[in-house]
Ligand binder design. Structure first.
Ligand code: HAM
Length: 428
């Protein structure tokens, strides 16, 4: 077969069995289900409930949330228009969750909203290992509390997902960006600091000097990194109440025995953050090492039209990166290939018998399979092996005549002769 169509670069098919494409290992659909099951189990423990929002949103929502000057909005959006409406395939989910919270007045439900999501996101980035154009995020948003315990609760739920699924090697870094005023004081300080060195800066960083100098701290360029050594640090500019809040978050994490490192240079690529920010990295992922990231975004609601601030904190994690990290730690995924009973039928009459009896077994809740291509007995036995069948029933004209069939236990190799009248109860 010579397919004329291929999936779009940076996207991939999840198949029943794992495979490798462009150097990326793509796990099986059952591995995906296992991981999603682990996420849902942890969410249940934390009393965090699911929200599902559309994958298309108004472009303006994302531009105002993630930030006009951010990489996502300037370069990475899959955006299109129909009539007067501008749409974007969501590059992340936080903006959608806040939109939904405001639209459905979830604040009136009492307490705070503890929400999680799992689903696809889209960014037009240059595809490479761990970085795709369609990828999947799971995330948590706790909306309605400015308490430091909401921050530690978010981080704890994130860590618990990784721990429950079996990942061992990851590192948590945290920082605080302070409130809006402290960040604007810090921006001014950064501009003053970088100004005399402008000739060393790359074009991207020179643009960022105006739009968002905090992002220069993210640079990977050697000469620019050297400049960062003496750059002012945000912690010296943040307001007292944010500083106290950060101390509280650290205390909460310590009491939960969550290991972390304070990284004063941790700024995030999205504009809506204030106060706490954090990132979880895996040492095994190479260039795209961020497993998950998040933080507090108390100002986002007003940015998208709310009359007053709504305190909120959350994280999102890349499912593909989690899968890559699990594979790198050699954690095995389960396999859903196996069936309980395989029916081998030789001859036309036997084949009809197989269809009926496999049907009865399935109706009783036991999995059963048989050949659909009229193949030889040898080929059918091979198929039974491939499917890890626990038992094989072998039927041909002789058996039909005798009224009894051999049932083979594929683990022990033992074979018993069963009267057809008792076969279904024997198998189920
Ligand atoms: P983000 O850091 O942009 O944050 O993305 C979160 C995670 O999504 C990353 O750490 C990474 O694992 C995964 N990810 C991002 N882009 C790609 C890509 N192109 N391919 C594969 N994986 C990717 C957010 O999206 C925020 N909404 C997080 C948040 C939630 N903040 C508060 N609440």
């Amino acid at each position: 077969m010579n397919p004329s169509f291929q999936n779009i670069q940076g996207t991939f098919d999840v198949l029943p069995d794992s495979y490798t494409a462009d150097g990326n290992r793509i796990e099986s659909s059952s591995a995906w289900r296992d991981v999603e099951g682990g996420i849902r189990e942890v969410m249940r423990r934390f009393n965090i409930r699911e929200i599902r929002t559309p994958v298309i949103e108004p472009t303006e929502l994302i531009a105002r949330s993630v930030g006009q000057a951010s990489d996502i909005v300037t370069k990475e959006m899959f955006a299109f228009s129909r009539g007067d409406t501008n749409y974007v395939l969501r590059p992340e989910v936080t903006a959608s969750v806040m939109r939904s919270y405001l639209q459905h007045h979830l604040d009136q439900k009492g307490g705070c909203q503890r929400l999680f999501y799992v689903g696809p996101c889209f960014r037009a980035e240059r595809p490479q290992k761990g970085r795709y154009r369609q990828f999947h995020q799971f995330g948590v948003e706790i909306i309605g509390s400015d308490d430091a315990r909401a921050d530690s609760e978010t981080i704890f739920s994130m860590i618990e997902v990784y721990r429950t699924i079996g990942l061992r090697k990851f590192k948590l870094r945290i920082n605080s960006l302070g409130d809006i005023e402290s960040r604007s004081r810090y921006r001014a300080a950064l501009r003053t600091y970088f100004q005399p060195h402008v000739s060393i800066l790359s074009e991207t960083s020179r643009n960022r000097l105006e739009s968002n100098p905090l992002r220069i701290l993210d640079t990977k360029i050697e000469e620019e990194r050297a400049l960062l050594v003496d750059a002012p640090v945000l912690m010296d500019y943040i307001d007292d109440s944010s500083r106290d809040h950060f101390e509280d978050v650290k205390k909460q994490l310590q009491s939960l025995e969550i290991e972390f490192e304070v990284d004063l240079m941790l700024v995030r690529g999205l504009d809506y953050y204030s106060r706490t920010t954090f990132e979880l990295d895996s040492p095994l992922l190479g260039a795209q090492s961020a497993l998950a990231g998040g933080g507090r975004y108390d100002g986002l609601a007003t940015e998208i039209g709310a009359k007053k601030d709504v305190p909120a904190v959350g994280f999102a994690a890349g499912m593909e990166r989690l899968m890559l990290a699990l594979a790198a730690e050699q954690i095995e995924f389960s396999d859903d290939r196996s069936v309980s009973v395989f029916f081998v039928g030789v001859g036309e009459q036997a084949s009809d018998w197989v269809v009926r009896h496999a049907g009865e077994v399935r109706r009783k809740g036991v999995s059963a399979a048989f050949d659909l291509k009229g193949r030889s007995m040898k080929a059918q036995m091979k198929e039974a092996n491939r499917l890890n069948a626990e038992r094989v029933v072998i039927i041909g004209d002789d058996e039909l005549e005798k009224g009894s069939v051999p049932v083979r236990d594929m683990n022990t190799g033992e074979q018993v002769q069963i009267d057809m009248k008792h076969l279904i109860s024997h198998l189920t």
